[in-house]
Design a protein around this ligand. Structure first.
Ligand SMILES: C[S@@+](CC[C@H](N)C(=O)[O-])C[C@H]1O[C@@H](n2cnc3c(N)ncnc32)[C@H](O)[C@@H]1O
Length: 223
């Protein structure tokens, strides 16, 4: 085979591979609503396994923890503050879908919003998760109704402000999860002190994953 022929065969193989991959993804996305629960779960787990995580994303273990806590708290109306490309949102979304609930995720960076929406769509979670573009400090006061689950993961020094904006809308028994409370403790001292000293809330901090040597706080609204 000549050098030119080898190159043509290689190009052809690459094009076929590209079309096959894209075709398969599009087909899976298209059919996700029609999949059995087992097929949907294995498609989603594969999607998560291949997800190109950014350094700012939650770790896989933290994301799994988020899904599990949504499921076991039977939360129905949740907010995530700081979506990035949606790695946390797709896990939370699976939990809210199981609970027949809804999640709003807020992100200020337009590029991240696009990525987040794409990933939510690919996971077949468009009916469960809504990604709002904007500054959470402006979006939160405008949200209507009450909420029973909050995940704080945007600008660390603003956790207290996010909390104050959401507090009037928190239902009794609501769960707040706040990320980076170990390495970012100094940046969110006002928030952590308030949670520690407020008799309406019960808080525990823990590390679900060793990956970033950080941890999360789980806060329960007692009354
Ligand atoms: C640590 S990342 C979020 C990771 C994501 N929660 C996950 O689970 O993968 C923080 C994100 O918050 C966004 N952010 C920062 N300040 C914000 C604000 N005021 N309102 C909304 N999003 C904000 C950043 O653009 C960034 O994408």
């Amino acid at each position: 085979m000549t050098k030119k022929n080898t190159l043509s065969v290689l190009m052809f193989a690459l094009i076929v591979l590209f079309l096959f991959n894209h075709g398969a993804t599009a087909q899976s996305e298209l059919n996700i609503a029609k999949m059995s629960n087992y097929q949907k779960l294995s498609y989603r787990l594969k999607f998560i396994k291949n997800f190109k995580r950014l350094s700012m994303n939650t770790t896989l273990e933290d994301a799994k923890f988020l899904r599990i806590i949504v499921e076991c708290s039977h939360a129905r109306r949740g907010i995530e503050v700081g979506s990035a490309n949606g790695f946390g949102a797709i896990h939370l979304g699976m939990g809210f879908e199981l609970n027949q609930g809804k999640l709003i995720t807020i992100e200020i960076n337009p590029k991240m919003v696009r990525e987040c929406r794409k990933n939510i769509k690919k996971m077949g979670l468009k009916n469960t998760v809504t990604c709002i573009k904007g500054d959470a400090l402006q979006v939160l006061p405008k949200l209507k109704g009450t909420f029973d689950f909050i995940f704080l993961d945007a600008n660390k020094p603003d956790y207290y402000k996010y909390f104050k904006a959401i507090e009037p809308k928190l239902s009794k028994g609501a769960v707040i999860v706040a990320d980076n409370v170990i390495r970012g403790a100094a940046l969110m001292k006002d928030f952590l002190d308030t949670m520690e000293n407020n008799p309406n809330y019960d808080m525990v901090s823990f590390r679900a994953s060793d990956e970033k040597k950080d941890g999360m706080a789980v806060i329960f609204k007692i009354k």
